[in-house]
Design a protein around this ligand. Structure first.
Ligand code: DC
Length: 429
């Protein structure tokens, strides 16, 4: 899986410089997407193709060859085999590029090229629409901004160093025009992605901006590493089975010392079932797992696995981590696999502790799994104060058959499950 950093924002915010430093620091391939639009513009100028000549532009796009290469530690841009690194920054190209990049056909072609350039690689991409359009699921999204006057000043200084002759006023006007044009593009308009970190560089040095983005990248990398660890499936082995048996016996004994567990009903000895239980305390899942002869693969929120011992226990008992507040396809696949293997799956339809008390709508995940996996649901009502030495009641109901239900009946099926659970929580002895 590749790692993608998107750096978006208007011209003159320092994107290019910051991206170059970060690409070296984190060993990421640097893809300057603006350079691709500049190449198309230069090619059009070279071939004397006007902005209105769409057929000729389409033909040009079919044959254009754009390459970004690193030579002597610096990025070099090649257009049809010629090094155009400086030429694409000329006044003529800068004045026309925004209009060229607004042409739908140009955008589709360049976005396609940019995605290909990034394929399977760890990259840092700078542009206008990376986090919103080119890679909407980029790992890190930064929107760099700055006051327009400050941006014009920076570009003026940059141009002077490169020997490009443009006045400050000319640059300011050019940037303002480009900002406006870039913001109202039909496809890939310049805008802040909902999940982007906005950094205003007006009063910040390059070093400061690099430091800020670096810590965001480091944090994200840490998160990815942790998620990988959480989601890693520990294979079933004889040793794992043995350890699980010992741990189960110890914890069960401790549980029996702490609480007087009263169980009614049971789970069939074979076959796939979904155990749906109300969730009043962290210890209710433990009760179901420990007091079942069969292994119950419980669905548990991802954060639970960030605590050392719980992570270890979670993996030992094959709990399935799930990302909350989103559709976690990976978790769903694992749940369906458990059912396909004829095992028990444990789910709290409330989604969170005391969901019912908080008047929260029960989640449809269990009903979905039952209908999709064609398995019955066993409702479980658990109640007790969980004060030391108090009684904990765990009542298993009759399996509920949802055959004949479709995905349009999820709400109805969830309602039935919840009704049964509530009834079972009222049962004592
Ligand atoms: O970043 P730059 O100034 O080199 O970009 C040149 C032009 O290309 C600019 O007007 C906006 C456009 N562009 C775009 O529309 N989408 C991108 N991802 C990158 C640049």
């Amino acid at each position: 899986m590749s790692f993608i950093v998107a750096i978006d924002g208007p011209a003159g915010t320092g994107k290019g410089t910051v991206t170059e430093i970060l690409s070296k620091k984190f060993k990421l391939l640097n893809i300057d997407t603006g350079a691709t639009y500049r190449c198309v513009t230069l090619d059009m100028i070279n071939k004397k193709i006007g902005i209105e000549e769409l057929d000729k532009i389409k033909e040009l796009l079919k044959n254009i060859k754009i390459e970004l290469k690193i030579e002597d530690n610096k990025q070099q841009v090649y257009l049809n085999g010629e090094n155009v690194t400086d030429k694409i920054r000329s006044k003529e190209v800068s004045s026309l590029v925004s209009q060229v990049s607004s042409i739908k056909e140009v955008r589709y072609s360049m976005v396609d090229l940019q995605r290909k350039m990034a394929e399977g690689k760890d990259v840092i991409m700078e542009g206008r629409d990376i986090g919103t359009y080119v890679f909407p699921s980029a790992d890190v999204k930064i929107y760099l901004d700055a006051d327009v006057e400050e941006r014009a000043k920076r570009r003026f200084k940059q141009n002077k160093e490169k020997g490009i002759n443009m006045s400050y006023v000319e640059i300011l006007e050019n940037i303002k025009k480009r900002d406006e044009n870039d913001k109202k593009k039909e496809i890939g308009a310049l805008k802040v992605a909902a999940d982007a970190e906005v950094i205003d560089s007006t009063t910040k040095s390059i070093k400061q901006v690099v430091r800020e983005i670096s810590s965001i990248i480091i944090e994200k990398k840490k998160q990815i590493k942790q998620t990988k660890k959480i989601y890693k499936i520990r294979k079933e082995t004889a040793w794992k089975k043995f350890v699980r048996k010992i741990v189960k016996t110890i914890l069960k004994t401790a549980y029996r010392i702490a609480y007087r567990v009263k169980i009614t009903g049971s789970v069939p000895e074979e076959g796939a079932y979904i155990l749906c239980c109300n969730h009043i305390n962290y210890l209710d899942a433990a009760a179901i797992v420990l007091f079942n002869k069969r292994k119950v693969n419980f669905v548990a929120k991802e954060d639970l696995f960030t605590h050392g011992i719980l992570d270890w226990l979670g993996h030992l008992f094959d709990a399935i981590p799930i990302k909350r507040n989103m559709q976690d396809i990976e978790a769903m696949k694992r749940c369906l696999k458990v059912l396909k293997n004829g095992e028990l799956l444990g789910i709290f339809p409330e989604g969170t502790r005391k969901g019912m008390e908080k008047n929260m709508k029960a989640k449809n995940g269990a009903a979905f799994m039952a209908i999709k996996g064609k398995v019955k649901v066993i409702p479980v009502g658990i109640h007790g104060t969980f004060k030391p030495f108090s009684k904990v009641y765990m009542n298993y109901g009759e399996p509920i058959d949802f055959s004949g239900y479709t995905k349009d009946d999820l709400d109805k099926a969830t309602e039935i499950i919840m009704e049964q659970i509530v009834m079972l929580t009222k049962k004592e002895d």
